[in-house]
Each structure stands twice: as C-alpha cells, then as structure tokens.
Design a protein around this ligand. Structure first.
Ligand code: ATP
Ligand code: MG
Length: 232
C-alpha cells in the first residue's frame, strides 16, 4: 500500500445566498504514503467538512481531491460508494455502533458486508480488539461499553478492511490521556507500517503533536505546518 492524497483549491459552501456558510475555503495540501496528519481548529472551522469530502461522503462545491492520482470529487454516486467501501475507514465524531451486537460482532459485521470469510474476519477482529486493549470486552454488547470503549471499537471497525485512508474525527474525546495516547499511537503504527494515510481531527494538542504534520483550520481556511517542536 502506498497512498498519496493531493487536495487542490477545495471548497465547500453549505446553503445559498444569505444563508450560505463557506465551511472550507480553497484548501490545498498533499501527503506522502505513511503520513499521519492531525487537523485542529475551533468548533465550526470546517474540520468535519474537510474529512467528509476526503472520505467521499460529501461532494465539494469546487476543487479536486486526488487519491493515488484519481479525482474522487468527480465520481458518480456508485463510484463514490465503491471508493468509500474499498478505500476508506471512517471513525465518526459520534461513533454509531450497532447497539445490540457485541464489540467483536460490530467489527465482524463490516467484514461480512465486504465478503470476507468468517474465520478470517474473526481473527482480524480479535487482533484489532487486542491492539486496542479490548480483548476482555470483546463479548460485551455495545450498550454495556463505556464511551471510550465504544470509541475504540469504532476505530477497530474502521480498520477492519485494511483501508488506504483512515479518517478519524475526535477519537480521544472520551478517552483519558494515557488511553487516548495509546489509541493514537496504535493508529499511527497502523498507518506507518502499511503506507496508509491517516487524517485525525482532534481538540487535544498533546495528541496532535504525535502526528507528522498539523493542519490548522480557521473559518474554513487551512494552515499546514510541520511537526511541533516539543515545548516546555
Ligand atoms: N449540513 C450542513 N448545513 C449547513 N451548514 C453546515 C452543515 N454542516 C456543517 N455546517 C456549518 O459549516 C461550518 C463547519 O462545520 P464543521 O462541522 O465542518 O466544523 P468542525 O470544525 O468539524 O466543528 P466541531 O469541532 O464543532 O465538530 C459550521 O459553521 C457549521 O455550522
Ligand atoms: Mg466536527
């Protein structure tokens, strides 16, 4: 796997006329295979909108998003669905697990949809649950899990199909700092070892500093910079 992303002049405007919200404005950046990029910025600055466009969930108003040289902004609905299914692992801000399935079943579920056989799916699920420190919660149904545990299951689910792009919106919101760091470190490991691309929205600067680069968003505008020097 060796994923490149090139975003050029990307914009998204919601609504029209006086109601128009320019959520992302002329964003441009590109990434190398194995790069893990943090996206930070105040509430409403356009972070989720940017992630949703890169993930093929939202069509841009203008601009291009090239994944391995192919512009995914120009795909039709069917192609967009295939791109999402085959290439993207998405952890949403609200991690919608299926409530009456266990942690393990929430992972295996994804694999069944894409046709992996039962035994391989079970092994992959158990491996991810272990990496995320959830082995002892594998058989708990989602409604019995804590917020942080559910978030970790959602991350495992996003990684099940070995996606090229791992897009994560606020993974650490309900994790304490030690656990949050561990989860982000295992995500980074997954991205680096397989040449994927990771994009992670976070409010937590300590988490952002673990990334290779940081994209700061303000009112829809991007400012990309290198790794923060450890301060203090
Ligand atoms: N479906 C929508 N229709 C209209 N406006 C929207 C829609 N989704 C988002 N917005 C607006 O676009 C702007 C960017 O929203 P977005 O959700 O991308 O911000 P965010 O940086 O992810 O914020 P947060 O940190 O609170 O999650 C905000 O002003 C928001 O109100
Ligand atoms: Mg958001």
């Amino acid at each position: 796997m060796s994923v490149t992303l090139k975003v050029r002049d990307l914009s998204k405007t919601y609504g029209h006329g006086e109601q128009a919200v320019r959520a992302v404005r002329n964003a441009s950046f590109s990434t190398e295979p194995g790069e893990f990029v943090a996206v930070v910025g105040p509430s409403g600055s356009g972070k989720t909108t940017l992630l949703a466009m890169v993930g093929g969930l939202l069509t841009p108003t203008s601009g291009t998003i090239e994944v391995n040289g192919r512009d995914i902004a120009g795909l039709n609905a069917g192609q967009q669905a295939a791109y999402r299914r085959e290439s993207v692992g998405y952890v949403f801000q609200a991690n919608n697990l299926l409530p009456f399935l266990t942690a393990r079943e929430n992972l295996q579920m994804i694999s069944r949809i894409t046709g992996a056989n039962g035994r391989a799916a079970r092994q992959r699920a158990d491996q991810l649950l272990e990496e995320l420190g959830l082995t002892n919660r594998a058989n708990a149904v989602a409604t019995e899990l804590s917020g942080g545990e559910r978030q970790r299951v959602a991350i495992g689910r996003a990684l099940m199909n070995d996606p090229e792009l791992v897009l994560v919106d606020e993974p650490t919101a309900s994790l304490d700092s030690a656990r949050g760091r561990q989860v982000v470190e295992s995500l980074i490991q997954e991205v680096k070892s397989r040449g994927k691309l990771g994009l992670m929205v976070t409010h937590d600067m300590a988490m952002a500093e673990l990334a290779d680069r940081i994209i700061e968003m303000h009112d829809g505008e991007l400012n990309v910079r290198g790794k923060l020097a450890a301060s203090g």
